[in-house]
Design a binder for this molecule. Structure first.
Ligand code: FAD
Length: 449
């Protein structure tokens, strides 16, 4: 069967000097935009129509496509995680996240990349990386597939604003260059503009303004998430441990002492405060809690799994053994010495000479160090955004806007953010796949316009 791609406009390609028209424009060629485009192309191909003739257009403001994919996972790109479920995400609607992840799962991502020739390997943390340990493998495979499907990627083409017409949209370019096309007519739009993390990559929050102009709201707060945290003066001593990385349990604790959220993972002390997977995972819980409770702090248990009572008991059993000799079997020696210093204990003190008060002070520091945070390192150092377009504003089945006809939203622009470990890319792949199929369906069935 040869299907007609439905466009209410005079669809012409390539773009002419004035208005060019396209059945679908995907704004943003990051992970979610690329996945959306590929899925549309494949669905059209599967129907027997040449996807190159379907007019799938990807617009991106960045000079270079896919910067975030290239920098992800320290340049290795942590594509997904071997086990993904809704519990790894901060969301107001866990059932929607659960069903989305079921419809395009981590296994589906692995199969998708395998099919593109990107073999993945699982690390003992459960994170999945390309076996090449090179993010270019991932980006190149996505771009090659776009190329094979005849998807047109136009960049740098930064969208300034979008006008909604009765039966489509006019997309306006940010800076008007007399020599090139300055606006495009589109029957359908997919907003894949990401959030505000790493603004130099092109994701600077302009997508929120576009979404708002089309009738959407954004959450009251748009905050950096997966972001390192800067300690306040009272906790400056942590910065003296710069370079130390150790497994710890880190919690966000309210002014009333309530543990809001905890993560056990590696913690890196830096010249400004704390970084690494544990602190980055806790950051969004800390910063959002602090909006309503200025006295929210962090609490670190440097010996995960052990309580104050356990450690107090251990220290009480030391006999003639020096405190530091015992502690360095559990934590890095430099950390042990610093914690002794904070407890005003000479690290070489034999255990049995410790006073009860000193012993309890040390046990308290080892399991319940209170850390005061001044700030986070901001969007420049954040990996993802907490907040965005409320997920309630899109149809749960296909992420179609409930507020603007023929608009879909995909990826990080939505108010869902995941932990460190490949979960944010998985969200981009899953939503991209769902939206891509929904858009393709509407393109192949004029009744859906
Ligand atoms: C340093 C870093 C490391 C990370 N590492 C990992 C990791 O290893 N694993 C993981 O799962 N996640 C990781 N993430 C998070 C992950 O990169 C994002 O969650 C994911 O890229 C979001 O995909 P997206 O397509 O929704 O948005 P983005 O990737 O942000 O893409 C949005 C695109 O839209 C374009 N755009 C924005 N506004 C406009 C406009 N007005 N006009 C035209 N184009 C526009 C941008 O240029 C950009 O290309 C990392 C993020 C960072 C910053």
């Amino acid at each position: 069967m040869h299907l007609v791609i439905a466009s209410k406009h005079d669809f012409s390609y390539p773009m002419s000097k004035h208005h060019s028209t396209t059945p679908v424009a995907i704004i943003g060629a990051g992970a979610s935009g690329l996945m959306t485009a590929i899925t549309i192309g494949r669905a059209i191909e599967a129907s027997g129509t040449d996807p190159a003739k379907a007019g799938i257009l990807l617009l991106d403001g960045a000079k270079k496509i896919g910067i975030k994919i290239l920098v992800a996972g320290g340049g290795r790109c942590n594509v997904t995680h071997h086990e993904v479920d809704e519990k790894q995400y901060a969301t107001t609607k866990p059932p929607i996240v659960r069903s989305t992840l079921k419809r395009f799962s981590a296994q589906d991502s692995m199969d998708f990349f395998n099919e593109l020739g990107v073999e993945l390997k699982q690390e003992n943390t459960g994170k999945m990386f390309p076996i090449t340990d090179d993010a270019h493998t991932v980006l190149d495979a996505l771009l090659d597939e776009c190329n094979r499907l005849g998807i047109r990627i136009v960049n740098p083409w930064r969208v300034d604003r979008v006008e909604s017409l009765n039966d489509g949209f006019i997309i306006h370019r940010a800076s008007i260059d007399q020599e090139s096309q300055d606006s495009i007519l589109a029957d359908r739009i997919v907003l894949a503009t990401g959030g505000r993390a790493l603004p130099k990559s092109g994701s600077d929050g302009q997508g929120y303004t576009i979404a708002q102009s089309l009738g959407h709201s954004i959450t009251d707060h748009i905050l950096p998430a997966l972001v390192p945290l800067v300690v306040a003066q009272q906790s400056k001593w942590i910065t003296e441990l710069s370079g130390i990385s150790t497994r710890a349990t880190i919690s966000a604790v309210s002014s009333t002492g309530k543990h809001i959220k905890s993560f056990t993972n590696d913690l890196l002390c830096t010249h400004f405060g704390v970084s690494g997977p544990g602190p980055m995972d806790i950051s969004r819980w800390f910063t959002t809690a602090r909006l309503s409770d200025r006295h929210t702090t962090l609490m670190i248990n440097w010996i995960p799994g052990y309580s104050f009572e356990d450690i107090d008991h251990q220290l009480n059993q030391l006999g003639k053994a020096q405190v530091v000799t015992h502690l360095r079997t559990q934590i890095p020696e430099r950390l042990a010495r610093t914690l002794c210093e904070q407890a005003q204990i000479d690290p070489s003190t034999p255990g049995h000479t410790l006073t009860r008060e000193a012993r309890r002070k040390l046990a308290h520091l080892l399991t319940e160090t209170r850390v005061f945070i001044n700030d986070d390192r901001g969007f420049t150092h954040a990996e993802v955004t907490a907040g965005g377009v409320p997920i309630e504003e899109v149809n749960r089945k296909d992420f179609r806007s409930k507020l603007c006809p023929n608009l879909w939203l995909v990826g990080e622009i939505l108010d869902v953010d995941g932990r460190i470990g490949g979960f944010n890319f998985q969200w981009a792949w899953s939503t991209g796949y769902i939206v891509g199929n929904a858009v393709a369906k509407s393109m192949m069935n004029p009744a859906h316009i």
